[in-house]
Ligand binder design. Structure first.
Ligand code: ATP
Ligand code: ZN
Length: 226
């Protein structure tokens, strides 16, 4: 078990698409920090709420391990690691507490332009490249489709041209990357946005009260933004 803490700790992305909007949202909730932009840790000044600046991939695990109480992460990443835990026989450890209204994107299947799309049944026997193997496996299993999942950590969209896969399952926002690679989106597996994630078991001490207050402030701020 993680050592007792009396300060709340929130993990956010250090660099990348969610980094600035996450900070802006927490600032709008009245939080401020002793600035240390280039470092890993930001010490909370207005409230005992500290930030940990990390890679987005690390956020679900930090919550599962009790290193952080909350995190701001894409639903895509949270669901992927949640599905991977279930597939590995582990108990659920984290979940989304709130949708935050930024970082919108879709996890989609995309096929080469020249394919005539007739529906998921067409996928049996194909190879699908993705960085989201657990979500994709669940989606395929739910439809009894026997396809091969090729796990890639990046540059998924070039896999069909390289011949390492027939199609891909990847995040799409504008669709420009797909078009540039002669691919077209055909099925949506997940509608994603940034979420506030927390442990399935939230702390029942001072941190729990702090968390409840932060959620109330967040609900006010996110509502005003909508
Ligand atoms: P890190 O270095 O933290 O691992 P990353 O490269 O994995 O960064 P980003 O590209 O910054 O992550 O994306 C972070 C999140 O932004 C994604 O997980 C997703 O939820 C969201 N997002 C929104 N639009 C897109 C998009 N077009 N492509 C990828 N992610 C997107
Ligand atoms: Zn990442």
């Amino acid at each position: 078990a993680a050592p007792a803490r009396d300060r709340l700790r929130i993990a956010i992305q250090k660099n990348g698409r969610l980094a600035e909007p996450a900070r802006a949202l927490l600032s709008a909730c009245g939080l401020s920090w002793r600035e240390s932009r280039d470092k890993l840790f930001c010490y909370g000044e207005s409230l005992p709420v500290d930030l940990l600046l990390v890679r987005d991939d690390d956020i679900p695990g930090l919550i599962a391990d009790g290193v952080c109480d909350l995190g701001i992460v894409g639903r895509n990443e949270l669901d992927e690691q949640g599905a991977a835990r279930v597939q590995a026989g582990l108990a659920p450890a984290f979940h989304a507490l709130r949708g935050l209204g930024f970082g919108q994107c879709r996890l989609m299947l995309a096929v080469p332009d020249e394919w005539e799309w007739q529906g998921p049944a067409q996928l049996s026997g194909t190879r699908i490249a993705t960085s989201y193997p657990a979500i994709l496996k669940d989606w395929l299993a739910a439809r009894a489709i026997d396809a091969q999942v090729v796990e890639l950590s990046g540059s998924v969209e070039i896999a069909p041209r390289l011949g390492t896969a027939d199609l891909i399952c990847d995040l799409v926002s504008s669709g420009a990357t797909l078009r540039a690679n002669q691919l077209k989106p055909v099925e949506t597996l997940l509608d994603s946005e940034a979420v506030l994630a927390g442990a399935v078991r939230s702390p029942d001490d001072a941190r729990g009260a702090l968390m409840a207050m932060l959620l109330r402030r967040l609900d006010g701020v996110v509502q005003v933004q909508d």
